[in-house]
Design a protein around this ligand. Structure first.
Ligand SMILES: [Zn+2]
Length: 299
């Protein structure tokens, strides 16, 4: 909306662990992007390097940096710049912090600079969690904390995060052996690498998927399509379709239209039928559903 929040940090954001609802508070520092009318420059560890160095003021771009730090903490339970270099510091004073977060920031998983890797026994969270997520999410973090460290206009945008997280949610498979949630990784599939469970190391079979634009949703008995998938509106709470099993033949699966619009069901031979609201479209390979704005395809 053209505003800068200026102080994304642990103190100002809350998540409801039961529903995932987000609460953002402490909005008194919000200002028009790049307009400096507040003394707030952010919270240590969340401030962009250019603010730590004193060469820039809070802006939309520095918010994007703080957002990436917060997300990294949420998913990896570690700060993205706290690896060996942090472990080697004997006294974490202002000089050390300026070096680590401003003058010489190095991403702990920088593919070209291994000097700041997480230290085993000290940064175990980062080591454990990094590999659990698909490459698409690791790529966004790598971009955020390599090129994005020094080029504020190259930082990952909200839309990129939302698209990736939507696929993360749509790519959850439950391990048949231990019940853990495992994320589908498109790169593994492209390279013909089998998925395994991060917990018990057992094999995890990836079900068929439904592809809508850049979204990919794995088809399980629990799968739901959201407004986001059909309309690209970032609404991942409004249900637009649910996977259902035919009560007379549980082997026959379909997607029930939970919207108020007709869907068009397109068979591989091109014949079309209408799926009105409340009705179910059968799931079959290479069948397409035209939702109006977007077309989805079973694969
Ligand atoms: Zn398992």
């Amino acid at each position: 909306m053209g505003y800068s929040y200026r102080d994304i940090s642990f103190g100002n954001l809350f998540f409801n662990p039961d529903t995932g609802d987000v609460l953002i508070c402490d909005n008194d520092n919000v200002s028009v992007n790049s307009q400096d009318d507040s003394a707030v420059y952010g919270t240590p560890r969340f401030m962009a390097p250019e603010i730590v160095l004193g060469t820039a003021k809070p802006s939309r771009n520095t918010d994007l940096y703080s957002l990436a730090v917060l997300l990294f903490y949420m998913f990896m339970l570690n700060h993205p710049l706290e690896g060996k270099l942090e472990a080697d510091i004997k006294c974490m004073d202002i000089h050390a912090m300026n070096l680590l977060y401003g003058k010489r920031p190095i991403f702990i998983f920088d593919p070209d600079d291994k000097s700041n890797r997480p230290v085993k026994g000290y940064h175990d969270n980062a080591i454990i969690y990094w590999d659990i997520y698909p490459q698409s999410l690791r790529d966004l973090f790598t971009e955020s904390f390599t090129v994005g460290l020094r080029q504020p206009n190259r930082r990952v945008t909200e839309k990129q995060w939302l698209d990736t997280f939507a696929n993360l949610m749509g790519g959850i498979v439950v391990c048949p052996s231990c019940g853990s949630e495992v994320f589908f990784d498109e790169q593994k599939e492209m390279m013909s690498v089998a998925h395994t469970c991060w917990r018990c190391q057992g094999p995890v079979k990836i079900p068929a998927s439904f592809v809508i634009g850049r979204s990919r949703v794995l088809i399980t008995s629990q799968t739901k399509l959201y407004s986001y998938h059909l309309f690209g509106d970032n609404d991942m709470s409004k249900i637009a379709g649910v996977v259902v099993q035919n009560p007379n033949n549980p082997n026959l699966w379909g997607i029930r239209n939970e919207t108020s619009e007709n869907w068009t069901y397109v068979k591989p031979d091109g014949t079309q039928t209408t799926v009105p609201p409340g009705k179910t479209a059968a799931i079959a390979r290479d069948v397409k559903i035209n939702f109006g704005q977007r077309i989805g395809e079973f694969r």
